[in-house]
Write a protein that binds this ligand. Sequence first.
Ligand SMILES: Cc1cc2nc3c(=O)[nH]c(=O)nc-3n(C[C@H](O)[C@H](O)[C@H](O)COP(=O)(O)O)c2cc1C
Length: 212
Amino acid sequence: MQIIGFNGSPRKSGNTSTILGAVLKGAEEAGAETTEVRIHDINMKGCMGCLSCRTKPGVCAQKDDLSPFLEAIKTADGIVMGAPIYMFRMAGQIKLLVDRMYSLYTPKEGPGYGSAVPPGKTFAMVISQGADNTDQYLRSARWLAGMGGTGFGMEDVGYIIQGGNATTVGTGMGRDDDATKVIKSGSAAGPIKDNAEVMAEALALGRRLIKK
Ligand SMILES: Cc1cc2nc3c(=O)[nH]c(=O)nc-3n(C[C@H](O)[C@H](O)[C@H](O)COP(=O)(O)O)c2cc1C
């Protein structure tokens, strides 16, 4: 079992990294091997718009440190993406990744896209923001879960949105049966690593990435 964590936060000890790290630990406890890709720390460029992936589906012509991880998405059992909110949207680091993932969307007859990612994979998401209202950037969150996960046919097993004074955990972004829970957290309640309830939810989310 292989789980890849794509970390869009530049801060190694920040909230995204802390929660994402616990998600990966949960996956390991469930028997997975995990790899964390710190997007900010690898030599990676954005999509160059060459559209060669339209004639060679599943292959990104931009060759850099991201290339092996784009390939690894096809063989991994699941992925988790994490990012902070910068300037009212997902941080640019994660946008660069999702743009490059266009190469994994394949042309097909009729509307929409096919997927170069084989079926049966899981997807989870971690978002960290300063704002108290964890609904504030839901549109961005739905975008990330959709374009980075479910659009490829991955099963969304849940998310954690950590805000200024509360953290919302859910079972699947945009799903009708999404069951959410709000945990008091943030600056008033101390650093997120010291919030046992959020950390327990992160471990549980990691375990859900592994399908029995
Ligand atoms: C450049 C920048 C822009 C930010 N913009 C927002 C924003 O628009 N909305 C918000 O709620 N928080 C914003 N924040 C706060 C971060 O989302 C917040 O501190 C988050 O916890 C950082 O995640 P990290 O600990 O993983 O680095 C911004 C932070 C930075 C550095």
